[in-house]
Design a protein around this ligand. Structure first.
Ligand code: HEM
Ligand SMILES: *[C@@H]1O[C@H](CO)[C@@H](O)[C@H](O)[C@H]1NC(C)=O
Ligand SMILES: *[C@@H]1O[C@H](CO)[C@@H](O)[C@H](O)[C@H]1NC(C)=O
Ligand SMILES: *[C@@H]1O[C@H](CO)[C@@H](O)[C@H](O)[C@H]1NC(C)=O
Length: 335
């Protein structure tokens, strides 16, 4: 907008001004996000991510859920800035609601970063790679594809405990509370809450988070957990590793794992959407794709400020050197 006005008023000095105006803007990371952000500078990006994700899921399908959850935990507190990957002191991985983000899924993104940096140089952020890898695990697991806006810079610090603490709790029984929570991140439609909770169509939970024993299914969960407190409970009782609408069908049978899952089928506003998604997988997929695009654009309070992490997604470029993996091709490429 500003640029357009400048161009109209001062055509002769436009190139000089463009340099003056753009240089600080780019340094501050203000370049607009776009789907084809890396199309020219790293044309191999999407195929590297896709093939790495496919190979990883072939070895371990559970990584799909790991990545999807990591993306939610990255984006919700303060936008999709890879802040959740930082694992030094005060990092989000050490904070309360970390709920054991899968270490191997975190590592997969850093492995892909190394491959991408080896191919293109250190020009693609961990945030962008995380977003693309998340899109791909959904597709490879059977779910819908969606457009991912790229150009997000990696944060220089972890999110504050206060912001991470705003992640919703599985013990929430009130849909109004969940809706209000999602609304603070621009995910304010009932469809956003119901569709994104459908991320629970894949993956598992520790026993600590299951809902109280109050009906047949929850009593079975509780009994299983008493027998084996370390067991993992499938979040979708019907098709635990397929990205489909099994989660919603299970909810209509009262087979939700968390209080927050069951809230969706118990509430008058959200129950019709749950039933719609249980009956119509395509309707779920269309809304999930829309809501994931919104999640990928949760506003960053300080704007798109940061860096491309060159050495590891687990630390900022300036942070003290920990053990550097000598097999890190990304480092080699950037050195
Ligand atoms: C109402 C909001 C939500 C609540 C309260 C919630 C809560 C939880 C909890 C407690 C777990 C188990 C963690 C553990 O055992 O360590 C979990 C797992 C998971 N969540 Fe959510 N979640 C919510 C929304 C989302 C969203 C929006 C997504 C993604 C779109 C998502 C994707 C997942 C996945 C895939 C897993 C399984 C992770 C794995 O198997 O490693 N969740 N969630
Ligand atoms: C951070 O993650 C890297 C890679 O997995 C690991 O080598 C390092 O020990 C971790 N650092 C901390 C403080 O957990
Ligand atoms: C998650 O946070 C808790 C509380 O700070 C901590 O005790 C636990 O070790 C953390 N878990 C992981 C996997 O980092
Ligand atoms: C409880 O455990 C049994 C045996 O592993 C399993 O077949 C069943 O699906 C589990 N039920 C629940 C609700 O966890």
């Amino acid at each position: 907008m500003k640029m357009a006005a400048v161009v109209a008023v001062l055509p002769l000095v436009v190139s000089t001004l463009a340099v003056l105006l753009c240089a600080p803007a780019v340094a501050a990371g203000a370049a607009p996000l776009s789907v084809d952000f890396h199309a020219v500078s790293c044309p191999q990006l999407e195929s590297i991510v896709r093939s790495s994700v496919q190979a990883a899921l072939q070895r371990e399908i559970a990584l799909a859920a790991g990545l999807l959850r990591i993306f939610f935990h990255d984006c919700f507190p303060q936008g999709c800035d890879a802040s959740v990957y930082l694992n030094g002191t005060n990092s989000e991985l050490q904070q309360g609601p970390n709920l054991s983000l899968q270490p191997r899924a975190l590592k997969l993104v850093d492995d892909i970063r190394a491959k991408v940096h080896a191919a293109c140089g250190p020009i693609v952020s961990c945030a962008d790679i995380s977003a693309l890898a998340t899109r791909d695990v959904v597709v490879v697991s059977g779910g819908p594809s969606f457009a991912v806006s790229l150009g997000q810079l990696d944060s220089l610090t972890p999110a504050s405990a206060a912001l991470v603490g705003q992640l919703p709790s599985p013990f929430t029984a009130s849909v109004q509370t969940l809706l209000a929570s999602f609304k603070t991140r621009g995910l304010g439609e009932a469809g956003d809450l119901v569709a994104l909770s459908g991320g629970h169509t894949i993956g598992r939970s520790q026993c600590d988070f299951i809902r109280p024993a109050e009906d047949t299914y929850s009593r079975k969960m509780a009994a299983n957990c008493t027998k084996n407190p370390k067991r993992l409970e499938n979040l979708d009782a019907i098709t635990p590793d397929a990205f489909d609408n099994g989660y919603y069908i299970a909810l209509t049978f009262n087979q939700g794992v968390f209080t927050s899952d069951m809230a969706l089928i118990r509430d008058r506003t959200t129950a019709p959407i749950v039933k719609q998604f249980a009956n119509d997988k395509a309707a779920f997929f269309a809304q999930f794709a829309k809501s994931m695009v919104k999640l990928s654009k949760v506003p960053r309070p300080s704007g798109n400020v940061g860096e491309i992490r060159r050495i590891s997604c687990f630390r900022t470029n300036a942070s003290p050197l920990l053990a550097v993996d000598s097999s890190d091709e990304g480092l080699a490429a950037s050195a």
